[in-house]
Design a protein around this ligand. Sequence first.
Ligand code: ATP
Length: 842
Amino acid sequence: MYNRYIPPAKEQRAAAPPPVSAPAPAPARAPVHPIPNPVTYARFVPAHAAGDRVQRPTAEPKRIVFDDADFPPIDPSKSKRTDEELFGKIEEKKEKKSRSKESKVRTKGDGSVEGDGKEPKPKKRKDKTKEDGETEVDVKEPKPKKRKRDATEQAAPSGQESANEQDAVDEAPEPVTAADEKPKSKREKKKKIKPQDSNLDANAVDADTDDIRKRHKAVFAKVEKALQSKNQSQDANEEDDEAEPEVEHGLEPLPQPEPVVFDESKLTYETLPPWLASPVRVGPDTSQAFTELGIAPESAKILESKGFKDAFAVQTAVLPLLMPSPDRQGDVVVAAPTGSGKTLSYVLPMVHDISKGRITRLRALIVLPTRDLVHQVQVAIEACAAAFAVNGGKRVKIGTAMGNKVFREEQSAILAEEQRYDPEGYEKYLQKQERFVNLQDSDEEDDNLDLGRSQPLPYHVTAHASKVDVLICTPGRLVEHVSKTPGFTLDYVRWLIVDEADKLLGQDFQQWLNIVTDKLRSGRPGARDFPASNKTGVRKVILSATMTRDLSLLNGLKLSRPQLIVVEGTKAGEQSLPALLKEFAIKVREPSLKPLYLVDLLHSKYMVAVNPDTATDGASVELERSDSESSSDSSSDPDSDSDSDSDSSATSSSPAKQQQRATPTPTLPTTVLIFTKSNEAALRLSRLLALLAPDLAPLIGTLTSSTKTSRRARTLRAFAQRKIRVLVASDLVSRGIDLLHLEHVVNYDLPISATSYVHRVGRTARAGRGGCAWSLVEFAEGRRFWREFAGEGGEGVSRIVRAGKVERVRLAEGEEEFGEERVRVYEEALGRLQREAGEGRR
Ligand SMILES: Nc1ncnc2c1ncn2[C@@H]1O[C@H](COP(=O)(O)OP(=O)(O)OP(=O)(O)O)[C@@H](O)[C@H]1O
């Protein structure tokens, strides 16, 4: 095996003189330990660096190194290459001969026997090698050889000629380029030369030499030529070496991709459709006379008499969009704070439009989430209906569908049946009737089989006619009428109002929206024409104080060219509180005594009238029970809630009743709405309050979703009359309810969300009046309250927009010390509550 080739240092190569100065000795260097084609290392030369000068191979495979024994002896006579290899040996012989002659001359001089040519060859070669350091460098250095090849390639023209020339160049410097074949020549040489050394005479050798010289003269010439090329190549490579750092390393900057420019601008609502992203904004203090907004003076006068003198901000923005106009008209979405007057903003244009018609047909649907709101809106529309029933205007008829009556009653209230002579229609009716009987005997069903509510007279048909122009309803009951009430049609409806929309869209309510919007899409031609304008179709008005920006919810409404109206201060996506609302937080250090904190608040200096008109309302209230709170009433009402309980419990024999009688006239110069987390909590707290604060007991009422509707209405009426001044409620009334002159809202239990907080505290500070909101905050709730509701503890935590800040309030110094006596009374009251609950269950 051969030694691994180690290339010399660059400086050494540079220092080495060009081998062209000693062309002849090169073959003689063959005995030097031969180096087969060494492992060559790929040098990366970028294409552009190589240019048109040198086409370098970018990589060469590692050569396989063979052992001498791997090669069979080659017959020189059959191989041109062998002859050529022999050329080196012959040249060596020639040289030896000439030296021999010199030696003979020298022998003659110094008496040495060297001139016989019998001196061992290795020694002679060794001496030669030592003498010729130049050659040694040449042999060991592979790079020049490589470069010679490169230079040759460069010099070669092209095609076959070039290839031939390349062959010649490769073969010529045999000791280097044909190193792998060298061992064969060596053996042959030994074979041939040995007899020469021993047997052949000088003449025979000369004859051979001349013969071979002739044959290889051309080859020798090529060797010279190749060595010259090698010299040139080396020069060229030296130039390359100088340029090496630039060219060979290929470290010039690679083409880089364009740097990514990150968008650091803040996210906006531009992903929303333009109508949502760019709402129509209106200042909260904007006000305008109704007459300027298209309301007839006569109507405006009546409105004024009912307390509506000028239009509120939201009304000034919405009315022009909804009143009859030849301009572009589309659907309207309204986001305005609680108590800002959203109801009137749609009621006025709607009633104005319907009053222009003659025939009573179902023209408007108003969908609301609770019965209390249905009732409240009914009252508002009644007031406006009167205002537009002037100058020959139609008095708009209003109906409700909220499930507070049996279904048939509700059907009769909204739809009239009349007999019309129609023999053909009667025949069809009989066929239907027959099919109906057949269906009852089979498993078949036919939902379209509508026989009507009553049997028609012979040769007559039952026709249905709407009794109302406007139907105010809860979604579930509306769906029932659409699917089950014969003759109930939405074909003539041209107003769809969805109030408290985020609530209604967020819940399924029997898929009401899909069912209703489907029905509103079809209709008879001309049935939805607006009499006072050239428009046709359904106007949709969607409202909430906490309007959703959730497109997936809004899409269900199938709005047409909508516009969003925002009362300024209500930033997009945020919930705004009334400007005159003041908020307070009271820390509850001992949650188990929380009812005592409430009692202290109700008795505190803070429970005063907020608005001037209520301040004159007398500081004391007569100890008078409202009709709604009579015990007889509650006993007859199985669904009655505990406000009656609290009152009925004050029987003549009970100590509470005795205490109540002994208590001086209660003083509560204001009204309070207390929110609890559930119906049950409201009932319990109401009763507990009555026990802990007997002076307030006659003023306490309860409002829960389990309370019978009629009873709820009575309680609200009593509250409006200030007969009840403390109303304990669950979240039932947190939305939309307009409690006249309510001044204080107390969050006894914190609401479940910021939206719920906005609706709860929005029961006060309505319609430009002042109001206060109080929150009892337990230690464990502190973090959530201040972040989620009060908006403290970091920017963007709360989405609630408010004029001021939530203030921390201490009810009294040492408030946490309620005293043993008070705690004992409290525990007694709890015990009593438990007993009453047990009795109630039995
Ligand atoms: N132009 C007006 N002039 C005087 N009072 C008005 C006017 N418009 C509305 N109001 C009164 O303002 C109060 C609040 O109105 P409304 O109930 O419509 O508020 P809202 O915006 O619907 O509130 P919520 O979001 O809580 O339902 C009502 O008592 C209503 O009678």
